[in-house]
Design a protein around this ligand. Structure first.
Ligand code: F6P
Length: 602
């Protein structure tokens, strides 16, 4: 008979390839001995580094000898190639025929993925191995959207059960607030929410809120509720967040994984004072008007928030991957109802399963990730732009910017050695068509920046004027289809001349073309599709990190500036209030600080 033993082993990462060891345990008072075989960790210190493999070298040669001699203008005349460079899953279409690749390039990229053990690394992530080695943590944002009935054990605990306990608590709390059962301290219903947090504790929920704000089901569920975000420690942001809100009807949600982030703590204290000033200094004021999403119960309690009003998450959820935890669940459920948030989770889970099980050739996040590696490490394009042709996705590029740049902005590999190949793109973007009237000049005529165009079959809010030849949505989408071709084909001097332009003007009007992009075409942007999109981009980042052999899940790069700010803060305080001279800073900073102190009141 098979017996399931609930053991979890922590093993060092750099294991020999095969290890056998025995486990002894007593089951029903009988001693059971079994042999466990490990296939070794996903990273072996003895492995050949990725950039030294024959697969990497083959791609370098291919870029130099084949791809550099091609132009998208010619490649796009081949219907067979176009058909091959296309993938679909659950309503999402990815057309990557405008990337500077041939089917042969993709084959070489799949070889590289296999060499980098992409499949094993993905699996290690999904099953909860501690792949964030520098912090000795699992990376399990996928568990946040796993169906209730599934099981996943981390350190002996079924974390799916824990996830759903918190989700159920959020469902019931948000129902109570939305139905008016939980009122403010003066008895008025709560209908305004201020989510206080920064970085990953802000950008994900804000992008999601914006994506849903004009969606039919979500906006009907929101009614006249208001959800605002307070992230910047700039006092102006406090003014914006509280402007015209009635404190009697307002609830603050403090979102901080660590509950030690200065900006968030200062803003939370400011809002606490604002509530106390207007509603009175009683424990009831805080109990009724302040809640928290965090992993740090002690600090939440110390701050004065009722532990009953704390919605936990776990150290295996990275900040920038936390939107599916209570970080997003609470504000979004309060504003739109839990059902809307649940649909979002379902969309993300659908993409998770696809990422986990679909073959590389048809796997959307894998394809996007491989193209990212190709563009960055082999074609040396070090930036990348995201253009959602949907105003509702206006904060999506900012979220992905943090997600990806905080993840893959690294200079050492997983073994602590310097990486000797380009990793980590600069991400930016704006919704179309607004971006076209801003930085697209550079994209068409300046540096080459690979682009993602994201469009939708249907608008969240279709407007079709009577007598107009196309609807507003078609007008938007006409640009979505036109821009990738304009980038790919460009315009030759001959074509410019043929248009009757004077000779001297011709060079100014030539478009070199051959500028790569991908097109993602999805159904209407609703909660489910937003979840799919989020997971697609989260996994793209992971794929790139896995191939580059870097740890995409720590973020030591944000620490140094924080430490220096502590020193400056102390100096400002001592100089302003105790007349101490500035000391211990370089001459440039000393001069700047002196001028600041002369010109400001603090
Ligand atoms: O700015 C870096 C960072 O550490 C992010 O990774 C994180 O999401 C953010 O700060 C906020 O941290 P916390 O949720 O702990 O307040």
């Amino acid at each position: 008979n098979e017996v399931s033993l609930g053991f979890t082993f922590s093993l060092p990462l750099a294991l020999p390839k095969q290890v056998r060891f025995s486990v002894k345990s007593r089951v029903n008072r009988k001693l059971v001995v079994c042999t466990v075989e490990s296939v070794g960790s996903i990273y072996q210190a003895s492995d050949v580094r990725i950039s030294k493999t024959s697969e990497w070298k083959a791609l370098e040669q291919h870029a130099k000898n084949v791809i550099s001699k091609t132009h998208l203008r010619d490649l796009l005349t081949d219907p067979e190639r176009s058909e091959k460079l296309w993938a679909e899953f659950d309503g999402c279409i990815l057309d990557y025929s405008r990337q500077r690749v041939l089917p042969e390039t993709m084959k070489l990229l799949f070889d590289l993925a296999n060499r980098a053990k992409l499949q094993e690394k993905k699996e290690a992530m999904f099953r909860g191995d501690k792949i964030n080695i520098t912090e000795n943590r699992s990376v399990l944002h996928t568990a946040l959207r796993a169906p209730k009935e599934t099981q996943l054990f981390v350190d002996g605990v079924n974390i799916i059960e824990s996830v759903w306990q918190v989700l159920e608590k959020i469902r019931s709390f948000s129902n109570r607030v939305r139905s008016g059962q939980h009122t403010g301290v003066t008895g008025r219903p709560i209908k305004n929410f201020i989510a206080i947090g920064i970085g990953g504790s802000y950008l994900g929920p804000e992008f999601l809120h914006e994506a849903l704000r004009t969606e039919r089901v979500a906006s009907a569920a929101a009614g006249d509720r208001i959800l605002r975000f307070l992230s910047n420690v700039d006092p102006v942001d406090v003014k914006r967040a509280t402007d015209k809100l009635n404190p009697e009807e307002t609830m603050a949600i403090v979102v901080s994984k660590t509950f030690t982030t200065r900006e968030t703590n200062i803003n939370a204290k400011t809002i606490k004072d604002w509530l106390i000033y207007h509603l009175g200094d009683s424990p009831e004021t805080i109990k009724k008007h302040m809640v928290a999403c965090s992993t740090n119960l002690d600090m939440v309690v110390k701050f004065g928030i009722d532990p009953e009003n704390m919605f936990p998450f776990w150290d295996w959820v990275g900040g920038r991957y936390s939107v599916c935890s209570s970080v997003g669940a609470l504000p979004i459920s309060l504003q739109y109802g839990f059902d809307v948030f649940e649909r979002f989770l379902q969309g993300a889970h659908s993409m998770d399963d696809h990422f986990r099980y679909a073959p590389l050739e048809r796997n959307l996040p894998v394809l996007l990730g491989l193209l990212g590696v190709w563009n960055m490490s082999f074609l040396h394009y070090n930036a990348r732009a995201i253009h959602p042709y949907s105003e509702a996705l206006l904060r999506f590029p900012a979220h992905i910017q943090q997600l990806d740049m905080e993840s893959n902005g690294k200079h050492v590999n997983i073994f602590g050695e310097n990486v000797d190949y380009p990793v980590g793109e600069i991400d930016f973007g704006e919704p179309g068509t607004n971006g076209q009237h801003s930085f697209f000049q550079l994209l068409h005529m300046g540096q080459v920046v690979p682009c993602d165009f994201i469009g939708f079959m249907e608008s969240q809010n279709p407007v079709c004027e009577e007598g107009e030849p196309v609807s507003n949505h078609d007008e938007l989408m006409a640009n979505f289809f036109a821009q990738p071709d304009a980038l790919a084909f460009g315009k030759t001097a001959e074509e410019v001349e043929k248009e009757g332009n004077p000779k001297w003007l011709v060079p100014h009007m030539v478009f070199t073309g051959n500028r790569p992009s991908s097109c993602l075409l999805m159904p209407v942007l609703d909660a489910y599709v937003t979840g799919q999109l989020l997971a697609l981009y989260e996994h793209r980042t992971a794929v790139q990190g896995f191939l580059w052999e870097i740890n995409s899940f720590d973020q030591f790069g944000v620490e140094l500036g924080k430490v220096l700010a502590n020193k400056v803060r102390k100096q400002l305080n001592e100089s302003r209030y105790f007349n101490k001279d500035i000391s211990g800073f370089n001459p440039s900073t000393t001069r700047l600080l002196n001028r600041y102190l002369e010109g400001s009141v603090g």
